[in-house]
Write a protein that binds this ligand. Sequence first.
Ligand SMILES: [Zn+2]
Length: 179
Amino acid sequence: MIDQDIYVIVVGIMIGKLEWRKAYKEYGIGIQTYNELENLIKEKMYKISKDRPPNWDELEKVFKADWEHTAVAYHNTIHAKYPDKLPPDILVHEQVHLKQQGGTIEKTKEWWKKYIEDDKHRYTQELEAYRKQYQYIREVKKDRNQIAREAHLIATKLSSSLYGNIVTYSEALKAITNK
Ligand SMILES: [Zn+2]
């Protein structure tokens, strides 16, 4: 029995690793550990689409969003004009929004409604996503100057008109880097 158990475990790990490689190759997603991958598979992995999200017209109107340069998480899909060019840290960011949206269409619609209407709520949601994005950058990039540059870019973006100037640059930088 023990031999059989070990056999099952080994085959399980081999299949798991193949899935991991496939997922990484297909999506280029920011998976750092096997456990993270297992969670993504369990949660049903998200899709990627080149089409505009269902609420695009509203986003364009409210935030003056530019389809050329915007990635949008909606329900179970990350939408972007050029998905192949999305860097892994942006995918990490959008994955956080997919989780926040709660997995159903109804919850996603509610999430977006609140996101658009409520500045404070929008800030908490974006801060969580940008913090995770920054953590990922810190894990994969070794160069301290590059990490500092990325923190600067994130703080600039988070404090910009895109999110309705919800926070100052220095507050954003502090909140993202924990300094
Ligand atoms: Zn975001």
